[in-house]
Design a protein around this ligand. Structure first.
Ligand code: DX5
Ligand code: ZN
Length: 224
């Protein structure tokens, strides 16, 4: 909260046939994380990539892998993503039977753990676990697809998460995912977001490196 801003490009919008180049491109432009969207076709309608891809990405990524699990029953697969080398594993509160146990599993393996919540899920749902996480990922679109528009009500959630964290005496990173462009980057950073996921606004831009730098500059200017 109000520390340096990190940009986490989502490779969902990258060119899968040139993924290594597309990753090095954003790393050289200053990406703080590489955001990997894992979707199972159940929790979300879309199906993307999984454990073997994360293991392969780990071999070539120079910055930490931010693995966003949009899957049912994540407690079964979390150990697989730990073995694959995920540096940060974020699970959805909507999918967890025993949130504290799953988060502990991640932390005990020496990885960062994150909790996420969908747009319709009230912030109160994560109140009890806010002291157990390294990061809270606010979904600012309904998960499943890149290229959607930022849901304006997401800003109230960020403010509420900051409030809950302060009350609990903790300071998890706040990550915002979905519909982030320069304007939204400035907005959410001004509310206390630390990590900004951006897929289409980086990879669909004519110059992805320049787009990343512009997003980071817009976010940083909110903190000046
Ligand atoms: C959506 C994913 C996002 C997505 C963001 O379910 O979690 O990470 O790739 O894409 P943009 O930045 O295009 O909204
Ligand atoms: Zn994501």
């Amino acid at each position: 909260m109000f520390g340096p801003i990190s940009i986490a490009p989502s490779i969902l919008s990258a060119d899968f046939l040139n993924l290594e180049d597309d990753i090095h491109l954003v790393e050289e432009a200053g990406a703080g994380w590489i955001h990997v969207d894992v979707m199972d076709g159940h929790f979300v309608p879309n199906l993307t990539i999984g454990v073997p891809h994360v293991a392969a990405l780990k071999k070539i990524c120079k910055v930490p892998l931010d693995v966003h699990l949009m899957i049912d029953n994540p407690e079964v697969q979390v150990p697989w993503y730990i073995d694959a080398g995920a540096d940060l594993i974020t699970v959805h509160i909507e999918t967890l039977k025993d949130p504290a146990a799953t988060l502990k599993l991640i932390r005990d393996a020496g990885r960062l753990c994150g909790i996420s919540l969908n747009p319709p899920t009230p912030v109160e749902a994560i109140k009890d676990v806010i002291g157990l996480v390294d990061l809270v990922l606010v979904m600012s679109v309904n998960p499943g697809f890149g290229g959607q528009s930022f849901i304006p009500e997401s800003t109230d959630k960020i403010a509420k998460i900051v409030e809950y964290a302060n009350e609990a005496g903790v300071s998890p990173l706040i990550e915002v995912d979905g519909g982030i462009d320069t304007e939204k980057a400035h907005l959410v950073a001004s509310l206390g977001a630390d990590v900004l996921v951006a897929g289409s606004s980086i990879y669909k831009a004519q110059d992805p490196s320049e787009a990343l730098r512009a997003i980071r500059a817009a976010a940083m200017s909110a903190q000046a």
